[in-house]
Write a protein that binds this ligand. Structure first.
Ligand code: CP
Ligand code: NVA
Length: 339
């Protein structure tokens, strides 16, 4: 939004927007761009927004602000939670479906970024190549949020970490097992483990490991493990996480993937290796009977709906942080229970 627009907004009593100096514009593309204290601050803000919403308090922190949501893939959770979150914060969200703007086809990412920056305060994009998301962020004068790429899904991870914080009170002592594809969710778990310093074991079939950059990051972590043995990854784990075997855009490989991943199903037998009080997580959508059985995803150890709910609160915290960073700063130093 141009400065003149901001001046008009300020006359209407809207608090100052994002930093005046665009050189310090922040984006939310990857967890690894955060400091541990920023991560702790985001989790604390998300927890407060959630608790206060439940007690009926309103947070019109983003009154008069607009979010453009670019989707090049389908979505239930991401779309609904961003749109609802923006409404709850007093702002407005615009949904742009894959056929609406054809980013990189009808118009370059650069031109889309520069146009949107003249109208809206914030952009969220769900796309295939992470490079498109990064280019959009580079060219936009407003903050950009990664709503999932083939490389990373940081919004999901923030909601997942909020869920762990609620369940365990802290992250640092946890043993997390990720069982499945070394794709966007696995990569984001590696970034999360590096930042919050919990133990992460990854079990992937041969040929489905994360790329070198993420393998190296995992290899350098205390308790970091990459294995082809799902039971070894899950042994004594506090958290067992899985994701679809066939991600969006890989549908033609589905039959082969079902064969390649068949030893990597999260079922009752695999869960016997985890701690008795372990929880089961899944980002959803789930393919029941493939990566996870009905009895596990619907069972008492499953927290999948808490994760889905927490998308709302985590993303509200991200949007507030990007557009009203002073609110995060005023929370004070990060405490033990934040991480
Ligand atoms: N977990 C997740 O991102 O869900 P959607 O694909 O429905 O947005
Ligand atoms: N790995 C999955 C996550 C969906 C939220 C995908 O990319 O389709």
């Amino acid at each position: 939004m141009a400065d003149v627009g901001r001046a008009i907004q300020n006359k209407r009593g809207v608090p100052p927007a994002r930093p005046e100096n665009l050189a310090i514009k922040r984006d939310f593309l990857e967890l690894s761009a955060l400091s541990a204290s920023e991560l702790g601050g985001l989790l604390r803000l998300a927890a407060r927004l959630k608790a206060e919403l439940k007690s009926g308090l309103e947070h019109p922190y983003l009154r008069g602000r607009t979010l453009a949501m670019i989707f090049q893939k389908p979505s239930l959770r991401t779309r609904i939670t961003f749109e609802t979150g923006m409404a709850q914060l007093g702002g407005h969200a615009i949904y742009l479906a894959p056929q609406d703007i054809g980013i990189g086809e009808r118009e370059s990412a650069k031109d889309v970024a520069r146009n949107l920056s003249r109208w809206v305060d914030l952009i969220m994009i769900r796309t295939f190549a992470h490079a498109i998301c990064a280019e959009l962020a580079r060219e936009a004068a407003v903050p950009v949020i990664n709503g999932l790429t083939d490389m990373l899904h940081p919004c999901q991870l923030l909601a997942d970490l909020l869920t762990l914080r609620e369940r365990f009170g802290g992250l640092r002592k946890l043993k997390v097992a990720f069982v499945g594809d070394g794709f966007n969710l696995a990569n984001s778990w590696i970034e999360a483990a590096a930042l919050a310093q919990f133990e992460l074991r990854l079990a992937c079939p041969a040929g489905y490991e994360p790329g070198k950059e993420f393998r190296d990051l995992l290899g350098g972590l205390r308790g970091g493990l990459l294995t082809r043995d799902a039971a070894a990854a899950v042994r004594d784990a506090d958290v067992v996480y899985t994701d679809t075997w066939t991600s969006m855009g890989q549908e033609r490989e589905a039959a082969k993937r079902r064969r390649d991943f068949k030893e990597f199903q999260v079922n009752r037998d695999l869960m016997k290796h985890a701690r008795p009080e372990a929880i089961v997580m899944h980002c959803l959508p789930a393919h029941r009977g493939e990566e996870i059985t009905d009895e596990v995803i619907d069972g008492p150890q499953s927290v999948v709906l808490d994760q889905a709910e927490n998308r709302l609160h985590a993303q509200k915290a991200v949007m507030v942080w990007l557009l009203r960073p002073e609110i995060l700063a005023h929370q004070g130093p990060v405490a033990n229970e934040d991480l």
